[in-house]
Every structure is written in structure tokens, then in C-alpha cells.
Design a protein around this ligand. Sequence first.
Ligand code: SF4
Ligand code: SF4
Length: 290
Amino acid sequence: MDEQTADELEATTLALKQLGLNSGATVVGVAAASAFNEYVPEGHRPSDFMPGAKSVVVAGSLGPSNAAWQSPNRRLMEITGYDFRENVASLVMAEHIETVHGYQAMQAPALPTSGQHPPMSMMLAAVLAGLGTRSIAANIILHPTYGLLYYAAAITTMPLVPDHQLEDNVCPARSCVKMYELEGKTPCMAVCPADDGGCIDATIDDGEITSSYFNRERCSTRAMNFGIRGHIKQVELLTAADDIDEAKAVLYSDDFRRNLSSVGRYKESVAQCFECMRVCPVGRYRRKLK
Ligand code: SF4
Ligand code: SF4
């Protein structure tokens, strides 16, 4: 394969990003595959899945629409608005790399194969690709313009021009720093305080996060009740039932149906709590529509 000039490489990278955007991504960034080495151990790096990997192309997309965020029915967000466009975009870009450019490319493995940890972190991929930074709220990566996005990525042996990591932390937002100075809490800490049954705590000094705490286990019992883990809990209840009436009560319950639906379609399983993001000012101005 011919070596590309720097200008050609830049143009190829831009064209690939545009393809990702045309395929449903809201944002696309590129990280050097080697950039992961500094942050994650062997087994979780792009080169562990694709020897010779050079680049990771990261696609981020919005989940529920702006109106869904504002619905007075809080449960609407549990069951609507998430259609994996970032996955489609990453697959389209991977196919394009293989068919047009002749380099290896594949979707990065982002779903856990055991436990809670995915083989490759899409949160880290997004940070390394300059798309956002970790926040106080559940460590969610916040994009400076859009706030919460959902991420997928493609790993490739193709050299591309990597983006720089963001220089400034998106979190805490300026208004959050002001609130913290006045009340000792930011909006996400106020809505889910670790010292009062919630999951989030942090200290901020001079506008920078100096410590942060997130109770992941507690959060997951509130935000992740449907899906594979929820289904396992239901099966456990079913096998422990004393008689057919008790078993039927489990089988025909709303929880059982929703868990099956989420496992089958992987749609209702995204989250059942968005409160820390609902109050986060980053990207919220975009949700104000007519
Ligand atoms: S998702 Fe809900 S439970 Fe989890 S940290 Fe945010 S507000 Fe708390
Ligand atoms: S509410 Fe403020 S402190 Fe909390 S995640 Fe959003 S920007 Fe960060």
C-alpha cells in the first residue's frame, strides 16, 4: 500500500469522520491505538484484539431526543429513544476501511463478556479521541457541547490522524462550581448525595475536581434493573417459588416481561435513572425547544 502524505492522511481521516456522521453518529473522533497502553493493562488494549492496530475511530450519538428528556413522565426515558446509531456508524466506518482502503477494521468489543467490565472501555476511547472528559456524575463522559453521549468504536490497522484529548475538563461546569461554593454541592451531588442514600460525592477546589466518589454498586441497583442481570434475578425468584401460583406471579409480572423485552431487543435495558444527567447543565441548553 502506498504511503500517504500528511495532507492525504488528513483528508482520509476527515472523509472517514464524515462517513461516520452521515451514518448516524453525532460526533466522531480518532485515538491512536497505542494511547490506550498508558491507561489500561494488557488484555484491554486495541492491539489485544487486533495485532498491529494503529487507530481507534470513536463514534458518539445522542440517546433519547431532547423532548424525551423533558417529558413529565420520568419513565419514558426507560423505554424509548435508544437505537444504537453509534454502533451502526462504527460498523459502517469499519466496513469502509476494509473495502475502500484495504486495511483491517472491526468494531471494538464494548459489552462485558463477564462481570461488569467490558473488554475495551468506550469511556476511555471517547476521552482519548478528544470527545469528552469524565464527570463527577457516575464518571459519565461529558462532551462539551452535547453532554451525555453513547459511544462505540472501530479498531483498525489503518493509520489516521489522531485527535488531541480535551485540554479543559468539561466537568464541573461553571454554574456547578458557583453552586458548590455556595452550597457545598453541585446539581448531580444534590440529586444523588452519597451521604444521604445516593451515589455521588466530590470536592472541588479552584474550579477543579480534587476528589470524587461514585457508589457504582448502589447506582446499578437503581439504574440497571432490566436486562441480563435483571433477568437472572427473575429466574432466581422463579426457581425459588414454592408453588405454581407463586411461580405464575413471577412469570406474569411486569418485571418479568420487561426483562425479557430488554434481553430480546436490548432496548429497555439502557437505564432506569437519568437524574444526575437530567440536572447537569452541560448540553442542557440544547434541550430547550419550542
Ligand atoms: S444514575 Fe441515578 S442512581 Fe446512578 S448516580 Fe445518577 S442519579 Fe444516582
Ligand atoms: S452537574 Fe455539574 S458537577 Fe455534576 S456532572 Fe454535570 S457538570 Fe459535572
